[in-house]
Structure formats: structure tokens, C-alpha cells
Design a protein around this ligand. Structure first.
Ligand SMILES: [Zn+2]
Length: 470
């Protein structure tokens, strides 16, 4: 039978506030175990939590950027569970009054993945298993998180990946998290069920916990789809269960079944008063939001005339986008500037991390000056690219490489004589072109460009050659 995949994601995003959610301990990643802690975040008796105002603001930012409604009153709850990574034996989270509800993230296809809710909560500590012992590190305990819960609107592994990548981009753009999946500052639980194509009812779902990369999610979902389809085809029933993904052999295995599913017993947190969020606060935060990724991508293509391929290579990186926009504001044409960024500049930035950081030696002002020569027809693109590569290497300005005499261009007489020379030296190409082979003219251009050491204006040379060959 043909089955349709139904999936929703619960994504945990660690917020990049300086201090933890209920105390003034640092949120810095790493550090000697148990050095970023205090009586509050280790749940010592009598310690009183105080909600970090920034955490609520960041959650509102995340909500507005994903088209959510912001609840005017929100409160914290205790989610009870007993595990060594959580010394209080309850996690402070939110149950029935989260900060944000009813939003969506739009995919490239225009399909919207609904967001049920975004709530705030504290992270737990970390268990480290070593040499037969288990150690606990509470540095991460109390680091603020938002949990973004999607509707079961996702119908393929690729959609899940795109949704997650979009979410990652949005959170980075608005500055609430670095969303580094490899450091655990973004992780997702993926639930999956199958139903016969066309059916409206949901099948029994399984949940894959703690996924740490979009590409693993694709593999895990594909595996889980096959596994469930096989069971259903054989007339079996899916067991509701929590699964773990095994990276080594790309399979899922059971962590616990429904019978030992935990009943968390939420109840309102008595030590933290409810938070009232005013309309003014919401408006203030809305106004402080930057242009969002989807809007930026659309503007680059529709308004700036950047090719879709270039736009998609630039907009994911906040610092690259800022640099590109600065170069344009200084007068560079968007088309040429974008070509140079994804060409010469990206050839020196190999990893995602390097593009993200974007530490290059050529300021936007110098790129803009170089692009101006190309825009003015004084330097051709490939020559400009070479100059830019040298500038990236040395950090020297355009003026160190491009001299006024190089840019004088060719006089019309010089260009005409070069074109005549090109025809005389390539009689076959000239004949072929006359005979209707349009492409034959390319070797004549090549000859002219070479003869002029790249100074010839291509459009002018084209007009002259065509005139001569008529
Ligand atoms: Zn603390």
C-alpha cells in the first residue's frame, strides 16, 4: 500500500542570553564541570529563582518572527521528573500558558508548517559516562531554552530538513541563538506516523529523540518510514514508542514504550509570578526585528536583480548579507558585487563556519570601488576577479593593483585595428560565422581580449566584429 508520512518537530533552541534563566550564572558553552553553577541552578533548598527578563523578550522575538500570537499573560510550571541531570526533580517549563502560539514557517514551495506553540524552559545538566562511572555536569542546567512545537504538517524528510534549516536561519537572524547543532544549542525530537494516502486519520506515532543534524533527520525519517510501512504491509500494528537514532548503522531503536511513558504531572510554579506582557512591549520588539530571511531573499532577487543562485548563497549568512548590502549602498551594482562575493571571496572561505564569521581583509568600500570599475566598463569581470583574489590575500586596497593607465581603455581606432587583426588571423572562424555559426565569433572575441590585455569593451568589440563580418 502507499503511505503518506505525517510528521511534526519539537525543536529546542538554546537562547544566547548572557546569564541563565533564573540566576546570574554564565551560559557560556564548555568550562570546567560544575563551575558555571550556583544554589539556584543546582536546586539547593531555599534558593529562589528569578525569571530573566531577556528570556521572555527573546521568546517574543522568536514568536513574532514566526508569525505567532503572543499571549498577554504567561506563567511557568513545574514538570516533574526524576533523573540525575535535574537535581530539583522538576524542570521549570510552561504548560498551559506558553509565551507564543499559532504561528508558521513558510517553505520555499509556499507550504506553511504550522507552529503550535513556543514556550520557555530551563535546560538540564549533562551526564558524562566514563570508565564505568557516570559523572554529572550542571553547567548547562538552567541555560534558557525555547521549545518550538510544530503542527504535524510535515510530509517528507526533505520538508523536515527545510523547516529546520529555515528555523535555524530565522533564529540566527533575530539574534536569539547561534543554533549550533554540533554544540547542542539546537536539537529536535521528530515524531512520525504513517497513514494510507488519502486517509484523514492519524496512524500511531513514534518519536525519535534528540536529533542533532538536519541530514541525520532525513536519514532517520527515511528509515522509520520504511520500518513502519513494512509492519503495516504485513498487517501489523505500530507500537507507540520513543526511539533513539543510531548514527553508526543509520537505524532507530527503542528507548521506551508507551507503558513506561512518563506522566510528568505539571503544576504551576509557585515561586515565579505570572508575567504580563503589554501591547507596547510587543510593538517595541516587533519594531526591533531585522528584515527576515525570506523577505531578504525575495528582495535580493526581485528588487536588486541578483540571480536566484547567488541570492541563495548570500542570504543565509548574516555577516555576508551585511557586507553585500554595504557594498551596494556605496554604489556597487548588486549583480557584479554578488558575483564577486560568491566567486573570488567564497573561494577563500571553505566552511560554513568561515562564511558565518566572514573575517576577510577587503572592506566593503574596497569591493565597491573595484565593482565600480567593472560597472563602468573599465575592467572586465575576470580581471576584476583576479585583482580581488590578490586583495584578499594581501589586504591592500584596489589602488595597489589597478593603475589609472590600465583603465584608460582602448581608443576606437585601437579597437578597430584589433578586430581587423582578429579576423585576419582567424579566417576559418570568420567564414564559419558568416556561414551562420553564431558561436564562431567567440574565438574572435578571445583574440581581441587577449590582444588588448583585457581592456577591450566586449559590447563595443561585438558591434565592430559583426559590422566587419557583414
Ligand atoms: Zn546559577
Amino acid at each position: 500500500m502507499k503511505y503518506e508520512l505525517v510528521s511534526g518537530l519539537e525543536t529546542h533552541v538554546e537562547l544566547s542570553t548572557k546569564t541563565k534563566i533564573f540566576c546570574s550564572c554564565t551560559t557560556a558553552f564548555g568550562g570546567e564541570p560544575n563551575t558555571h553553577c550556583c544554589p539556584v541552578c543546582t536546586g539547593m533548598p531555599g534558593a529562589l529563582p528569578v525569571l530573566n527578563r531577556k528570556v521572555v523578550e527573546y521568546a517574543i522575538r522568536a514568536g513574532l518572527a514566526t508569525h505567532c500570537a503572543i499571549n498577554r499573560v504567561t506563567h511557568m510550571d513545574r514538570k516533574n521528573y526524576c533523573y540525575p541531570d535535574l537535581p530539583k526533580a522538576y524542570q521549570i517549563s510552561q504548560f498551559d500558558e506558553p509565551v507564543c502560539e499559532h504561528g508558521y514557517v513558510e517553505l520555499d514551495s509556499g507550504k506553511r508548517i504550522g507552529i503550535t506553540r513556543i514556550h520557555i524552559e530551563e535546560d538540564a545538566g549533562k551526564l558524562v559516562h566514563e570508565g564505568g562511572f557516570t559523572f554529572v555536569d550542571y553547567n548547562r542546567g538552567g541555560v534558557p531554552l525555547i521549545e518550538i512545537v510544530s503542527e504535524p504538517d510535515i510530509s517528507s524528510p526533505e520538508e523536515a530538513k527545510e523547516y529546520l534549516e529555515k528555523l535555524q536561519l530565522i533564529m540566527r537572524y533575530i539574534g536569539v541563538s547561534d543554533c549550533k547543532m554540533q554544540e547542542g544549542s539546537m536539537r529536535a525530537d521528530v515524531n512520525i506516523s504513517l497513514r494510507p494516502v488519502g486517509s484523514k486519520e492519524f496512524g500511531t506515532r513514534t518519536e525519535i529523540k534528540n536529533m542533532s543534524s538536519p541530514s541525520f533527520i532525513v536519514k532517520a525519517m527515511a528509515y522509520e518510514y520504511e520500518r513502519q510501512a513494512e509492519i503495516l504491509d504485513a498487517g501489523g500494528e505500530i507500537e507507540q514508542a520513543t526511539l533513539r537514532y543510531n548514527e553508526n548503522d543509520n537505524t532507530t531503536s527503542k528507548m521506551r514504550g508507551k507503558e513506561d511513558a512518563q506522566d510528568y504531572r505539571y503544576f504551576p510554579e509557585p515561586d515565579i509570578p505570572a508575567v504580563r506582557i503589554s501591547e507596547e512591549t510587543i510593538e517595541e520588539i516587533r519594531l526591533s526585528l531585522p528584515e527576515l530571511p525570506t523577505e531578504k531573499l525575495r528582495r535580493y532577487i526581485a528588487e536588486l536583480g541578483v540571480s536566484e543562485a547567488n541570492a541563495k548563497l548570500i542570504y543565509p549568512y548574516k555577516n555576508v548579507a551585511r557586507y553585500f548590502e554595504e557594498a551596494i549602498s556605496l554604489g556597487a551594482s548588486a549583480r557584479v558585487a554578488s558575483n564577486m562575493i560568491v566567486g573570488a571571496i567564497y573561494s577563500t572561505l571553505r566552511t560554513e563556519e568561515e562564511k558565518e564569521n566572514f573575517a576577510i581583509r577587503v572592506p566593503a568600500k574596497e569591493l565597491s570601488a573595484l565593482v565600480a570599475y567593472v560597472d563602468g566598463g573599465k575592467l572586465n569581470a575576470s580581471k576584476a576577479n583576479n585583482v580581488l583574489l590578490k586583495m584578499l590575500e594581501s589586504g591592500e586596497p584596489v589602488s595597489a593593483y589597478v593603475k589609472a593607465e590600465d583603465l584608460a581603455g582602448l581608443s576606437d581606432e585601437e579597437l578597430l585595428s584589433l578586430c581587423k587583426g582578429a579576423i585576419a588571423a582567424n579566417p576559418k572562424a570568420a567564414e564559419d560565422f558568416k556561414g551562420g555559426k553564431e558561436k564562431a565569433i567567440n574565438s574572435l572575441y578571445g583574440f581581441v581580449m587577449k590582444g588588448s590585455r583585457g581592456k577591450a569593451d566586449v559590447a563595443k568589440a561585438d558591434a565592430i566584429l559583426r559590422d566587419l563580418l557583414r
